[in-house]
Write a protein that binds this ligand. Sequence first.
Ligand code: NDP
Length: 331
Amino acid sequence: NEQIVLAERPEGLPGDDVFRYEDVETREPGRDEMVIESVYISVDPYMRGRMNDAKSYAKPFELDKPIESHIVGRVTESNNDDFAEGDVVTGVLPWKKFNTVSEDAVNKVPSTDVPLHLYLSTLGMPGQTAYGGLLNIGKPQEGETVVVSAASGAVGSVVGQIAKIKGARVVGIAGGTEKVDYLTETLGLDAGVDYKKDDFAERLAEAVPDGIDVYFENVGGTVSDEVFNHLNTFARVPVCGAISSYNSKEDNGPRVQQKLIKSQALMQGFLVAQFKDDFKDASEQLAQWVQEGKVHSEVTIAEGFDRLPEAFRNLFTGDNFGKQVVKVSDS
Ligand code: NDP
């Protein structure tokens, strides 16, 4: 068995020294326990925060202990009557090829008829984040203008497509031509704007002639400074993430106060867990939209356990396209 532990706390973008590979024994399953082979391992932006030794909503990863994240795995051995060999499960588990766990640590997936990595994106935590944040805080109305940043990503792509389903005019912001084309051509958004181009400010202004009623905030920094210039009166801003600042010690987040006052806009931070009472309904609705072809998902799959550090860095360089996962087993 192999595991990856946090070897040191990173400064800036986590380099290879932050991750250490170790050979370990797989613990024999005790009464009611089972062994799970990792099939897909998720890398998520919030994990960067857990690498720091700072108090936050998720407790820091411990040095010399395995990093953990959402994993889709298959039961290879079970002493639990409710789980059989071959069952597909998800849970937040240590970065190991095999984990010995009790039933509290995992849930069976509702269906294996979809690509299993979807349980780490649209049908998993990022999908719940998009659904809960957009519908509970953003509350997009028909004909309103919704803007979403990191729009081609795991959360952003679902936000944009749900906003379309709700009848809004939707503008996505992403980096690079390939991703921006994907927003309009595949996701069906009304416009895409490339924040890496020099004319970002002008293109954004052109894309939102009626201003912005909902801004789903994923990135912070200078991208959002520009977006906030266009907030309409009583706009809503679900503040989901600020990825542009995760690798930096300085506070380069949005400077938005004056604009909030003028527009009397509502800006609300949220954590996906606050919508947990809706998770079941949200899962069913998302699965239905996926089945009907109303919600598409892009995925970038890195092959091999040793690609986890690189896959994690892709989130911050934008080298992922859609949900970044790592495939560690063919089973
Ligand atoms: P993505 O799949 O969107 O991957 C991250 C993307 O962020 C990259 O592909 C890149 O896209 C973009 N990005 C990276 N650096 C910058 C930058 N400096 N400026 C602008 N864009 C940048 O990740 P997720 O969908 O998993 O997460 C999106 C956001 O949602 C994150 O901020 C995350 O922390 C947040 N989140 C919050 C949750 C909550 O409960 N509040 C739960 C889950 C996620 P590009 O190439 O377009 O730049």
